[in-house]
Design a protein around this ligand. Structure first.
Ligand SMILES: [Zn+2]
Length: 878
């Protein structure tokens, strides 16, 4: 498909334009106001905008909306013998919006290499050297554009090829831009005589010499005016002021032009305006590069370079005719009031109202806590800029505002009315940013927030310079400055060679843990559809490798040296916070020294409480204490894994929801050991991008996952004899679906690996069904050993009182624990810890506990025993 066709398809997919009228696509759904008022050009579209200019005003460039389509020009437009500049041509016309007719011969397509990466560039000669812009995935390189190494472009200006130096000498004014693309934009869009000085801090001496030379040849007595039309932002403004002064000194008339006064409040440059200009629908006079706008940019420039507050006030008054107004000059704030004498002479009274200048960046609104804060950028004449949070209260009261400003050595000396005016003007159309209390997935924004960047609809979005994620009307930031994950992601560099080592070291259990992590990255979406997500239980003695496996899986998500936390060592509040600070990430509970509970004085964590987290209900319910004033119960948005030496004991309802596996050394060998060591030593920077890789595949992963889940949920009971309990079937079907999805994420996973892993998942489901509702593992081991010992007895042992079972009644069983312990040792069995066992035996279920009491044994001796029911067909025992 051609690029234009791809763009139109993407536009229609995203915005669902309902009709085409003339050259325009119309009635697309606005992502901001949701009204069907979006339009864009049907031919070579570059800008999409909302028709509700005043009330909504949303617009974006096609380049921004679909960056993937603009990433690799030489792949889409390969160079040919007939056109060696094919990619450069496409870049300049499609991305930059230039008319190539007027540029032919001014550039060439070249190749730039750095390390083992290379890319096509578009190269422009400038003076004795050249400048080039990388056009294939420039994000891979340190800089998007550069000069020839060692080249000296300073003082030279780049001119569009259709202009000669005589044209400039005859002009009324010459616009001097920073970059080539901006000069072309003003040349082609506004018909101005524009050049590029290649940087805002190169004084164009050689170019001006050429102009003077041409003026002499042409015998023109006056000189053109120089207009320094640098980019928005501090540097452009600073150098424009300096160069206007220098031009005056060197005998030129000079001024500046800016898209906004003082270079503030916009990031659009002349090239961005050209794209908007080309797709303008209304009065051409007011098009972005139309005559009225050019005049406005010149006024902005004049205001920007005004020498004194009074001069600036005069310019503003002449254009606005306001009776009073605020303005900034020299990074201070001023107030101008217009008065008239008796003889109607006009006076401008100018006063300083702050020794600094502030600008509201955004409003932070927390609906849940009903809290509003404003973020202000405060610039000073003589000290570094600060960005700070001001409460709504501080912004609405002059005295409070003064106090808060003092925290940064700023002095506000204006009145309440003046503050109200400033705040009112600045809060108009101010961005609202919602603070998110957790790291990970925010469902309302359909985005994973990972600190410095976010993933949304498969795309990676960087945090902006004001430290929030701008998703159009929605804007979010992480509330906590704590950086949970440290992720390095590069789509081109990412490798999955660790998958081999996971398999070698852990086999199917490795892939199961990996699958569980992958599911966790989609926990919210899975729970939304399946209503629940199973818990993973990893057991094994210290040194079995379960920590290695879990720590490695966390590295895939950018968290180093982390296994989980011990809920018995934290306060209730700490535990609730640990559950609530992540979303679409696992939460790990691990056991360390269970029996130290009494010393720490903390309430013992009861695994039965996990039940409420299974369906995503609020963990606030976990701690009995919630302060009483909270009105909301934030839901649990993560997944849970448990890691202990032995399986946990809990209500059958909790056990049913576990997916359990024991990590042991059954596969252990030199090879597995080496693989495990490699996993331990794997640098986190090399693998932490994996989570980004996984969640970017959301659109492919989820449909496949849900499809395979439905399949397994139906088929698992048919293929596993005896498996009937729907709960283990459901959780293990989720796991099986995730296992099957792995090769789509990590292509080196072999079919035989997944086949073996799926078999293991089936076995886990059956084991889980059979073990829940049974006894505590220690109790079931006790009964296993008792049965073993009884089986070894001679048939007449019971009658002669020599049996372990001292009861006469066959429906009861009576055991002396000291005898049991001794017989175990004689038989070479390791009895459980007797103190623990004594506590647990009273809860025995397979043989129900009756009492500890004296029993009259078969040979008429009275012995003190533990007595249990002895049903003739014992229930299933673990
Ligand atoms: Zn709109």
């Amino acid at each position: 498909m051609s690029l234009e066709a791809d763009i139109l398809k993407s536009l229609n997919d995203r915005f669902r334009f309902k009709k085409t009228k003339g050259d325009w696509l119309q009635e697309g759904i606005c992502p901001d106001c949701k009204k069907p008022e979006l339009f864009c050009s049907a031919k070579d579209p570059k800008i999409v905008r909302c028709g509700r200019q005043e009330r909504c005003g949303w617009e974006d460039s096609v380049r921004n909306l679909f960056p993937d389509l603009f990433e690799n020009w030489s792949k889409r437009f390969p160079a040919t013998d007939a056109n060696p500049n094919a990619a450069a041509d496409a870049y300049l016309s499609h991305e930059r919006g230039f008319d190539l007719q007027h540029l032919r011969g001014a550039y060439t397509q070249e190749t730039y290499a750095e390390g083992n990466q290379s890319a096509a560039t578009v190269r422009f000669p400038i003076g004795p050297t050249y400048w080039e812009r990388i056009i294939d995935r420039p994000g891979r390189f340190g800089k998007k554009a550069h000069f020839q190494r060692g080249g000296k472009p300073g003082g030279h200006c780049w001119m569009p090829p259709r202009r000669s130096i005589e044209d400039y000498a005859q002009a009324d004014s010459i616009w001097i831009c920073e970059g080539i693309f901006n000069a072309i934009a003003l040349d082609q869009g506004a018909g101005l005589l524009a050049v590029s000085a290649m940087s805002c801090n190169y004084w164009p001496e050689h170019f001006l010499d050429q102009v003077k030379e041409a003026l002499r040849t042409l015998k023109r007595a006056t000189r053109p005016e120089l207009v320094f039309a640098f980019d928005p932002g501090g540097a452009g403004v600073k150098w424009a002021r300096k160069f206007v002064d220098r031009a005056h000194v060197e005998g030129w008339q000079a001024t500046a032009a800016q898209v906004r006064p003082d270079g503030e409040g916009t990031t659009l440059d002349w090239n961005d305006l050209l794209l908007r200009h080309q797709q303008w629908k209304d009065d051409p006079e007011f098009a972005p590069l139309g005559p009225a706008k050019i005049e406005e940019y010149l006024w902005n420039g004049a205001v920007t370079i005004a020498k004194t507050p009074r001069e600036k006030a005069k310019l503003i008054y002449e254009r606005t005719k306001l009776a009073s107004f605020d303005f900034r000059h020299g990074n201070r704030l001023w107030w101008c009031r217009v008065t008239y004498d008796e003889d109607q002479t006009r006076n401008l009274l100018v006063d300083e109202i702050a020794n600094c200048a502030f600008r509201m960046l955004y409003r932070e609104r927390d609906e849940v806590a009903d809290e509003t804060n404003y973020f202000l950028q405060v610039d000073f004449p003589d000290q570094p800029t600060v960005k700070a949070r001001f409460t709504a209260a501080a912004c609405s009261n002059s005295a409070e505002f003064k106090k808060r400003m003092m925290a940064f050595a700023g002095m506000w000396s204006g009145t309440g009315d003046q503050l109200d005016r400033l705040i009112r003007n600045q809060t108009r159309k101010l961005k609202v940013v919602e603070p998110i209390p957790f790291t990970g997935y925010s469902a309302p924004h359909r985005a994973w927030l990972f600190g410095d960047f976010a993933v949304r609809e498969g795309r990676v979005e960087r945090i902006n310079t004001e430290n929030y994620f701008d998703f159009g009307k929605q804007a979010v930031k992480l509330r906590s400055p704590e950086k949970l994950l440290d992720i390095h992601y590069d789509a081109d560099q990412i490798k999955f060679d660790w998958v081999d080592d996971i398999w070698t070291a852990f086999g199917p259990k490795g892939l199961i843990t990996l699958s569980f992590f992958v599911m966790s990255f989609f926990a919210v979406q899975i729970r939304e559809r399946n209503k629940s997500l199973g818990f993973l239980e990893l057991t094994g003695p210290p040194g079995s490798g379960k920590s290695t496996l879990i720590e490695f899986c966390w590295k895939l998500a950018g968290r180093a040296g982390y296994e989980g936390f011990d809920p018995n060592k934290g306060t209730t509040a700490f535990i609730a916070r640990s559950f609530l600070k992540v979303s679409n990430l696992p939460v790990g509970l691990m056991e360390s020294g269970r029996d130290e509970e009494k010393r720490s004085g903390n309430r013992q964590f009861d695994p039965n409480e996990l039940l409420i987290l299974y369906g995503g209900r609020s963990p606030r319910g976990l701690g009995q204490k919630s302060g009483g004033y909270e009105t909301t119960e934030p839901p649990f948005l993560g997944s849970i894994y448990l890691m202990q030496n032995e399986r946990i004991d809990a209500h059958p309802a909790v056990l049913e929801r576990l997916m359990s596996m024991a990590i042991d050394k059954s596969r252990w060998s030199e090879t597995t050991r080496d693989a495990a060591i490699r996993l331990e030593q794997w640098p986190i920077e090399d693998v932490s991008g994996t989570i980004v890789h996984v969640v970017r595949s959301e659109a492919k992963f989820l449909p496949f996952f849900f499809d395979r889940f439905t399949h397994h949920d139906r088929e698992m009971p048919k293929r596993v004899p005896g498996l009937v309990n729907s709960r283990p079937i459901k959780t293990h079907s989720q796991l099986a679906a995730a296992v099957e999805a792995l090769p789509r994420l990590f292509p080196t996973i072999r079919p035989e690996w997944t086949a073996e892993t799926l078999q293991m998942v089936d076995a886990m489901a059956l084991d889980r069904q059979n073990s829940c509702g049974g006894d505590h593992p220690l109790v079931s081991r006790f009964w296993e050993q008792v049965d073993y010992l009884l089986d070894r007895e001679r048939t007449d042992d019971h009658a002669s009182g020599k049996s372990l079972n001292q009861h006469r009644d066959p429906n009861l069983i009576a055991i002396r624990l000291v005898d049991y312990e001794a017989r175990c040792r004689n038989a070479g069995l390791q009895p459980p810890e007797m103190d623990k066992l004594r506590k647990l035996l009273r809860g025995s279920k397979s043989r129900k506990f009756v009492a500890t009491k004296p029993v009259n044994n078969p040979v008429e001796h009275v012995v003190h025993c533990w007595v249990f029911d002895n049903p003739q067909k014992p229930e299933n025992i673990l």
